[in-house]
Design a protein around this ligand. Structure first.
Ligand code: FES
Length: 401
């Protein structure tokens, strides 16, 4: 775009504009403006960012007893006419009623952006030991189940202004889902990037979407899958872990590249140390935090034993309640376990949806998920989704919308 020539601006004409504007306002008809919802940009914004989406399960694909893909369509009877478009790598925050508690969980979309235009979302969910939400979903959701979800959220997406065009993806376990979406988006021509995916699994039996990934790689030269198996040797696979050596083997030599990581916490603990030795610029290392932080006791700066119990006094929607909390549960988790529905989306300190005021007491926030700003620290705001109590605490939480 060429720069405007400031010398060509006529200051006399500019000064006259104010009078012209006043004349136009005075001569305009005195009828009320149409409702804001009738403006096309507002309609577009509402379609892209609906406050809620009502979905219905139309199919369930069982990969194993512990992994299922749920296929959703728009629940028109409840008022969702069309699914919101998204960028590959985004997630939905799902509301789930388990017993008396309403909890929310973020799940990355495994479908492609193109499929959303065809009226389809998919979420692939893997059972987690003691996972309150995942286990409930896998045991209860079936064709016809109605589900309430947020608009697509999150920034684990390819952004050409920030990211290098060549991406090395590091995936582990159910962290494969955003990469499945990204690989399809690249093959569909919706993302102009190249993805080499190093997918860490124990054995070939644990690899999800193998057939589908191979089919994408066959038709799209911009995508490549490398299976990295820790517990077995297999043809055309790497054996071992996601090490710096392995990344260097597949990364471009003389071009910049971005690393995108998504997987369980143990994978980050290992891979982050390996990546640190590569000397990449910080902006070229992208994490999807993928839910909440566990076991804060493993951090050197954690100030207590982690086996203690504390009381949380919570002020929400004009009521005050007192609940008992385990030190190694986040405050959000403790509220949910006690049937208190608090707002949350990402559950990892990023979206700010759970932003709450700490009235008294002390919390521990692991450095890697501490998204508080200076103003939050000054005025004592915390994110209950990644704050652990280290004393009795009193907080004020915004009500669920
Ligand atoms: S739920 Fe996103 S910051 Fe807490």
């Amino acid at each position: 775009m060429s720069k405007p020539n400031l010398h060509s601006i006529n200051p006399i004409k500019f000064l006259k504009m104010d009078g012209i504007r006043k004349q136009k306002i005075e001569s305009a008809e005195a009828k009320p403006l149409p409702p804001l919802s009738s403006y096309v940009p507002n309609q577009l914004a509402a379609a892209l960012h609906p406050e809620k989406q009502y979905l219905k399960i139309v199919d369930v694909i069982e990969h194993s007893s512990d992994v299922k893909t749920f296929v959703f369509g728009a629940n028109k009877e409840k008022g969702t006419e069309a699914l919101a478009y998204f960028s590959a790598g985004q997630y939905l925050s799902i509301s789930i009623k388990v017993g008396s508690a309403v909890i929310t969980r973020p799940y990355s979309l495994s479908s492609s952006p193109k499929e959303s235009l065809e009226g389809k979302y998919t979420l692939t969910i893997k059972r987690v030991k003691d996972g309150l939400a995942t286990n409930y979903i896998l045991d209860n959701w079936t064709v016809g189940t109605e589900v309430e979800a947020s608009a697509p959220l999150g920034d684990f997406t390819y952004e050409p202004l920030r990211d290098a065009k060549k991406i090395i993806g590091l995936a582990g376990g159910s962290g494969i889902t955003p990469f499945f979406s990204l690989a399809k988006a690249i093959a569909d021509g919706d993302e102009d990037a190249e993805l080499t995916l190093l997918y860490g699994s124990r054995t070939m039996n644990d690899v999800l979407f193998l057939k589908e990934f191979n089919a994408i790689a066959k038709k799209c030269p911009k995508f490549r899958l490398v299976n990295v198996l820790s517990d077995e040797d297999a043809k055309d696979c790497e054996h071992g872990f996601l090490t710096a050596e392995l990344i260097k083997k597949y990364a471009p030599v003389d071009e910049p590249y971005s690393i995108f990581l998504c997987g369980p916490q143990a994978m980050y603990d290992f891979a982050d140390k390996e990546i640190a030795t590569l000397g990449l610029r910080r902006k070229f290392i992208r994490h999807e935090l993928f839910g909440e932080y566990h076991n804060p006791q493993r951090n050197e700066d954690y100030p207590i034993k982690g086996t203690e119990k504390f009381s949380i006094t919570v002020h929400i929607a004009g009521e005050a309640k007192v609940v008992e909390a385990n030190a190694n549960d986040t405050i959000l988790c403790s509220l949910e376990k006690n049937g208190i529905a608090a707002p949350a989306h990402c559950r990892s300190g990023i979206c700010g949806w759970c932003h709450s005021r700490l009235i008294s007491g002390e919390v521990y926030v692991p450095k890697s998920v501490d998204g508080r700003r200076l103003a939050d620290l000054k005025f004592k705001y915390i994110h209950p989704c990644c704050s652990f109590p280290v004393s009795d605490v009193e907080i004020e939480v915004p009500p669920m919308k």
